[in-house]
Ligand binder design. Structure first.
Ligand SMILES: [Zn+2]
Ligand SMILES: [Zn+2]
Length: 212
């Protein structure tokens, strides 16, 4: 079983603080912080409320303020930081001074049970995380700027994709989402209310936790 704990989102409940951005902690064979939200103090508050202390990897989906803003507050809690190769030289240098930097270009395995789609998209490059479950895969996205359909098709290169969570941005082809067992629209998802009407959809907010 893999645990997905949302620790930063535009919505929050149960003492967690909301803020524009996204971060999700994933615990499988390895511990991963996916994105860092914008406000490091909010991130730290939410992490400690969730009882999360450190990670093996911080995985950054794309170079937007609401996904990397909290990095400096938590970079000393990780060994590795995984970034799309297209991140700015200066940012990669600063990260590399504090942690081991892993640059990603194509779909590849990062560690046991963890894969990246590789950097997708042209104008805004973004990578998504693919987590291996017992017999399938689950995808975590930041903003889905390259298009959620493109991201999911890429993930299918590994095998059966059970579902997806994260920011879906302007994705509007709701019919495609019916093909998955579990869909969790977070953060910047514009069609959130419409997606939540699907039987396979679950609500997302800082403080929610899914064991999949
Ligand atoms: Zn973005
Ligand atoms: Zn965003």
């Amino acid at each position: 079983m893999v645990e997905f704990f949302v620790v930063y989102d535009n919505e929050a409940r149960n003492g967690f603080i909301e803020g524009w951005g996204f971060a999700c902690y994933i615990e499988s064979k390895r511990k991963v912080l996916f994105d860092t939200g914008w406000d490091g103090n909010i991130l730290i508050h939410n992490l400690s409320l969730a009882g999360i202390e450190d990670f093996d990897y911080i995985f950054l989906s794309h170079q937007h303020w609401d996904h990397i803003g909290g990095l400096n507050h938590v970079i000393d809690r990780t060994s590795f930081v995984v970034v799309p190769k297209s991140f700015s030289k200066n940012l990669k240098r600063e990260i590399g001074r504090k942690a081991e930097l892993i640059e990603v270009e194509k779909l590849k395995k990062i560690d046991e049970g963890l894969y990246t789609t590789g950097e997708l998209g042209s104008y805004i490059k973004e990578q998504s995380l693919i987590v291996e479950l017992d017999d399938s895969f689950f995808v975590v996205t930041g903003c889905s700027h390259p298009g959620l359909d493109v991201i999911l098709e890429t993930a299918k290169g590994l095998g059966y994709v059970r579902g997806v969570m994260g920011g879906f941005h302007g994705f509007s082809r709701i019919d495609i989402l019916k093909n998955y067992e579990l869909v969790i629209p977070c953060h910047c998802t514009m069609a959130k209310q419409e997606i939540l009407k699907l039987e396979n959809a679950k609500e997302c907010y800082a403080g929610c936790c899914f064991k999949i």
